[in-house]
Structures are given as C-alpha cells and as structure tokens.
Design a binder for this molecule. Sequence first.
Ligand SMILES: NC(=O)c1ccc[n+]([C@@H]2O[C@H](COP(=O)([O-])OP(=O)(O)OC[C@H]3O[C@@H](n4cnc5c(N)ncnc54)[C@H](OP(=O)(O)O)[C@@H]3O)[C@@H](O)[C@H]2O)c1
Length: 248
Amino acid sequence: MNIDLSGQVVAVTGASSGIGEATALAAAQAGAAVSLAARRADRIEALAKKIIDGGGRAVAIPTDVAKEDEAAAFVQRTRDELGGLDVLVNNAGVMLLGPIPGADAGEWRRMIDVNVYGVLYTTHAAIGGLLEQGSGHIVNVSSVAGRRATAGSGVYNLTKFGVNAFSEALRQEVTAQGVRVTLIEPGAVATELREHNRPEIQKQMDERFAGVEKLKSEDIANAIIYAIGQPDYVSINEVLVRPTKQVG
Ligand SMILES: NC(=O)c1ccc[n+]([C@@H]2O[C@H](COP(=O)([O-])OP(=O)(O)OC[C@H]3O[C@@H](n4cnc5c(N)ncnc54)[C@H](OP(=O)(O)O)[C@@H]3O)[C@@H](O)[C@H]2O)c1
C-alpha cells in the first residue's frame, strides 16, 4: 500500500499488543505521528522508542480507557504533545468467553467497561475538536462478533453489537461535517486476546478454529491504514475481514 499519512496525528488505544501495536507501527511507517494508549506502560514505551529510533514521532501515554478521566487525558495529551488529533483508533478490548448461566459477572463488567465505555469515553473526548476542525476520523475495532451472536459469546457479542450500533449512529451525526467513522470487524486474529480466557475456553476456541490459518495483526492494520488513507471525500464505513477458512 502506498499511503502517505505524513502531517497526521493518529491516536491508538490498546497499542501494547496485537492489532493496536501493528496499527500504530503501520501508521508511523506511513508518516503519521502516533500516540499510544494501554495499561502496560513498558510495552507502549518500548514501541514509542522503536518508532522514534526509526525516525518517527510517537508518545506513550499509559491509560486505562475504562476510566473516563484517563481516556480524556489520553486525547488531551495527544493534542498537547503531538500538536493535534486527526484519527482516533478505538482498538482496546477484552474478550472473556463462556456461557451465560454461571458466568462471572465481574468478567461481564470488564468487557463492558473496556469494549463499550472505553470507546465512548475516548470518542466523547475527541469528537468536539474533530467537529470544530471540520475533519477527522474515528475508527472503531469491533468484530465478526458484532454482527453474529454465538452461544458462549453472549456478553462479548453484546459489547461489539453495541460498538456497531454506536458507530453507525455517530457516523450519521458527524459525517456531513467532514468527520469520518469506520467500523473494522476482524475474524480470528492471532493475538494475546484468547489468552485471558480460562483454559477450557481456550481449548474450545482452538477446536472452533482448527485448520483455520488465523489473520495476523498486520492484516487488520492494513485494513485500518487503507480506510484512514483515503481522500477526505471517501468514507470507508465498514470493513469485515475473516481468515479465508473461517466459516462462522
Ligand atoms: N484477536 C481477534 O481474533 C479479534 C477478533 C475480532 C476483534 N478483535 C478486537 O481487536 C481489538 C484488539 O484486540 P487484539 O486481538 O489485538 O488483542 P490483544 O493483543 O489482547 O490487545 C488488546 C489491547 O487492548 C488493551 N487493553 C485492554 N484493556 C484495556 C484498558 N482497560 N485500557 C487500555 N487498554 C486496554 C491491551 O493493553 P493493556 O493490557 O496493556 O492495557 C492490549 O493492548 C479488541 O477490541 C478485540 O475485541 C480481535
């Protein structure tokens, strides 16, 4: 892809691993200045150093996006330290699978706090400035699970269906004023996401995806860079990317 993001500031949540890390790196390689949010400060600081050592601009901002004040501070510090904000990639997320009966309600709260409130808080902090400047882009990383509910994934589905609905409503509110909204819906990607699940759940996931060559984080980063690299009058609203052999 020959996309030039020089002069743009791209803020990425969940930049300490997986899709967020790959997206931040790809945006920096395309010339953007990037701000990196996640709770693991050491990981985003190392990524920022790698980008800066390679001649790019980056700032690591340790952030828990589930906390409204920290999410707002991430957006504000991005503007203060990188001179503006053009693209917000709401990528931070957790996926804690398992059946609804007998579930740990704490896991539900974690998913809703990060996958839903995390997206709302950063968007809330960013959107006023984007509307004022009459340009900008919000990219929300949802999932195939945001379009298709399955047994054992109910609350993760709830959070991602919510992100889909919110993204479309937001798009209708801001697109005529020059602010673009893109929904990215990955299928199975090889990242740390599955590792936060109980061992028996990980086993079920492995069985579900047996024989499927999973996507790499870079495949989703490519889709995000493609969407944000389009001319201002082109709005890529939705991108659904599955591994070829993923059926459901
Ligand atoms: N992997 C897949 O198969 C797949 C498929 C569809 C959609 N997705 C979505 O893709 C997104 C990225 O996931 P991934 O697959 O790249 O998994 P990952 O490697 O586990 O990355 C998740 C990222 O979210 C961050 N995060 C979690 N809680 C956070 C919080 N409270 N505050 C700030 N950051 C937080 C993590 O950083 P810290 O732990 O350092 O905070 C990490 O950087 C998620 O929204 C996920 O739902 C993934």
